[in-house]
Design a protein around this ligand. Structure first.
Ligand code: GTP
Ligand code: MG
Length: 200
């Protein structure tokens, strides 16, 4: 359970991010997948991360400090079509540098829309992380939007694709920012990793 969550700072450059002395967990995924909503759900605050029906709302590396113990990071979504090529290249560089250079990054949560069949862009991003040894887990979002059966079918399809192409299965969670499904499991996973960070 998160008791206190505070916004710290927004950056375009990982080098300017807060001192890497606490474990860090970043949330990424396609634009509009529900990253900011999930962060608000986890932290029990309605408006901690800005949400919007319009894709592309989050454009910076946003740091939040949780219980004075770990950092939570809201990252801009990938795959947002309505931005210029130059802007897209800048976002890519910012995110890729952050993910590969940030020393205290314990896990990246890759958010996947549970309503959809496996999307190429999500699979590609997942492999990109796997190839570089960036620790990640999958978080399927918006599970309230369809039946449990349909969600499970889509999750299984995505994991099936991963197994075929990558051979290994990452940890995964099914969530809803609307109903709070998955919250306890995700927090427990983070807390385990926080404890490991401080034991190093
Ligand atoms: P960007 O910052 O633009 O990349 O988007 P984001 O991934 O942060 O998505 P955001 O949290 O802003 O949510 C996008 C839309 O999906 C909003 O209209 C949310 O209300 C809606 N939404 C997000 N999560 C859920 C969920 O679990 N269930 C339902 N029903 N709607 C959700
Ligand atoms: Mg957002």
């Amino acid at each position: 359970m998160i008791k206190q969550a505070k916004f710290l700072i927004s950056n375009t450059d990982y080098k300017k991010c807060p001192s890497p002395d606490k474990p860090e967990f970043a949330f990424i995924g396609r634009s509009n997948v529900g990253k900011s909503s999930l962060i608000n759900m986890l932290s029990n605050q309605k408006n901690l991360a800005k949400t919007s029906g319009t894709p592309g709302k989050t454009q910076l590396i946003n740091h939040f400090i949780i219980d004075n113990n770990w950092y939570l990071v809201d990252l801009p979504g990938y795959g947002f079509a309505k931005v210029s090529k130059v802007l897209k290249a800048e976002w890519d560089k910012m995110i890729r540098e952050y993910l590969t250079q940030r020393d205290n990054l314990e896990a990246v949560f890759i958010l996947i829309d549970s309503r959809l069949d496996p999307q190429k862009i999500d699979l590609e991003f997942t492999y990109w992380c796997a190839e570089r040894g960036i620790p990640f887990a999958l978080v399927f979002t918006k599970a309230d939007k369809q039946s449990v059966t349909k969600t499970k079918a889509n999750v299984d399809k995505f994991l099936g694709e991963m197994k075929t192409l990558y051979g290994d299965l990452p940890d995964h969670f099914v969530t809803s920012a609307e109903t709070g499904i998955g919250k306890e499991d995700l927090i427990a996973y983070i807390e385990e990793n926080v404890a490991e960070f401080y034991q190093k």
